[in-house]
Design a protein around this ligand. Structure first.
Ligand code: NAD
Length: 477
């Protein structure tokens, strides 16, 4: 049974209750986590505050950097162990789980190097004054994390917050959080002081809500669904607590007739099958120049038919979805497609070795999906790619911007001027031209507009969000 991790100690919840963890590959329980409550959150917030005031505040930025670097190396040493934990927890194919462990190490490495480079400015002002700005940590930051990439999101969110001088209370997702409990232990082993990193597991409406409401939390970083993001914002607004929201997406892959299709096709496929489509930045809408629409769909159809889905340890193209309700959600979307006579171009296959009790879904390519149909508007969060054609550049922009979301866009074209025009006109937090975010992009600021949220994590920019700016004006005559 897994325990909470508070002030460098493994502790049971005061509730005495637990939640069963299911392996998505076979749907069977294999472990339990604590079903924590508001008093566990209160205990963790107090431990964090105590650590901040007594210890962490006194660490110089360079010392914080050294600790983060040690944690990065420790994560690399334990990469395989962490990947195996996350694989079972989330149903990730081996390569994906290893990539996530490597990304976690890279986040800590990046933020280790950033700690002592975060500085303010001096500002020219009236005669007789000196004015400067300091970037100060918020204090105790709360982090609410989803189940799709626990290690990666922990790395970018908690890594950035610690680098900026905060201490953290983390509420990971009830569906997948075991790797993070292990990372917190590793952090203690490399010398993080008690109370700097605290993990409290449980349900969102119980322990997540308690974290968002706690008056001792000075900033909230939330990654998850737009609907819960709204709840968190409302709760935080009551005490004017700053919030960073990283929400969902319905990101377009926009392919012009002059695109290098040999480069685009694998990126389009990977953009929707990675993590079985349960990725906020999934390229889930395919917008194609009408001139190449039929030929590209034919080519993609052949590729989809080759895709294989199965238990995480078989390391196929896709593993299972996280849970039965997620599988049902995808089925509901696909039955809506049938009702609307939306044509399926192709589907991959679930392998025979996949247990019936696992949460599998074959990747599916649909065509001529009406732009206002819910399949083209809402986040499926599964391996379903919806295709539609566009007439010209204006039409491509209109379709690209025609959802409530604005997280990522992929643009595939050889024409330089069009690359810039599209990057300007598409409303999203990031635009990838002739690539789709390959390489992880730990260094690149990431976040959305519209219902994809606001605030930026990743890159150096995240440190601005994890600090507050203080202006100091000195009158010296
Ligand atoms: P979710 O919103 O249901 O849950 C996210 C987290 O919030 C979990 O830890 C959950 O326990 C907690 N939570 C749930 N209800 C809560 C409440 N009332 N108060 C406080 N906390 C609560 O989302 P999910 O299903 O776990 O994740 C999928 C969603 O996350 C998708 O919409 C996806 O696009 C989004 N996501 C976004 C990014 C990004 O960077 N933009 C990254 C990953 C996932």
């Amino acid at each position: 049974m897994q325990l909470n991790y508070i002030a460098n100690a493994s502790l049971p919840s005061s509730s005495g209750r637990t939640i069963a963890m299911l392996d998505p590959s076979d749907g069977q329980p294999f472990d339990e986590i604590q079903r924590s409550n508001a008093s566990d959150i209160d205990f963790a917030v107090r431990a964090a505050r105590q650590s901040l005031e007594a210890v962490w505040r006194k660490f110089s930025p360079a010392e914080r950097g050294r600790l983060l670097m040690r944690l990065s190396l420790k994560v690399t040493e334990h990469a395989e162990e962490l990947a195996l934990i996350e694989q079972r927890d989330c149903g990730k194919p081996t390569r994906q789980a290893l990539a996530d462990a490597a990304a976690l190490a890279r986040y800590f490495e990046f933020y280790a190097g950033a700690c002592d480079k975060l500085h303010g400015e001096t500002i020219p002002y009236q005669d007789g004054y000196s004015v400067l700005t300091w970037r100060e940590p918020h204090g105790v930051t709360g982090h609410i994390i989803p189940w799709n990439y626990p290690m990666q999101i922990f790395g970018r969110s908690v890594g950035g917050a610690l680098a900026a001088g905060n201490v953290c209370v983390i509420k990971p997702a009830e569906d997948a959080c075991l790797s993070l409990l292990r990372v917190a232990q590793l952090a203690a082993e490399v010398g993080f002081p008690a109370g700097a990193i605290n993990i409290v597991t449980g349900y969102g409406h119980e322990v997540g809500d308690a974290l968002a409401r706690h008056p001792g939390i000075d900033h909230i970083s939330f990654t998850g669904s737009p609907s819960v993001g709204t709840l968190i914002s409302q709760v935080a607004a009551q005490r004017h607590c700053p919030v960073t929201l990283e929400l969902g997406g319905k990101s377009p892959q926009i392919v012009f007739a002059d695109a290098d299709l040999d480069a685009a096709v694998p990126a389009i496929i990977n953009g929707i099958v990675q993590n079985a489509g349960q990725t906020c930045s999934a390229g889930s809408r395919l917008l194609v120049d009408h001139v190449i629409y039929e030929s590209l769909l034919e080519r993609l159809g052949h590729e989809f038919e080759k895709l294989r889905v199965g238990p995480a340890t078989l390391d196929l193209d896709l593993g299972p979805l996280i849970r039965q309700s997620q599988q049902q959600r995808v089925w509901d979307f696909l039955s809506d497609a049938q009702v609307a006579n939306i044509e399926m171009v192709a589907q991959g296959k679930v392998v025979d070795e996949a247990p019936q009790t696992g949460f599998y879904q074959a990747p599916t390519l649909l065509r001529d999906v009406p732009a206002m149909h819910r399949l083209a508007q809402e986040e499926v969060f599964g391996p379903v790619l919806v295709a539609m054609s566009f007439r010209d550049e204006d039409h491509a922009v209109e379709l690209a911007n025609a959802t409530p979301f604005g997280l990522v866009a992929g643009v595939w074209t050889a024409e330089g001027a069009r690359q810039f025009r599209m990057a300007r006109r598409v409303r999203s937090g990031q635009v990838f031209i002739n690539n789709y975010g390959a390489g992880g992009g730990v260094e690149l600021p990431f976040g959305g507009v519209k219902s994809s949220g606001h605030g930026r994590e990743k890159g150096f920019e995240a440190l601005h969000g994890f600090t507050t700016l203080k202006t100091v004006a000195i009158k010296h005559g």
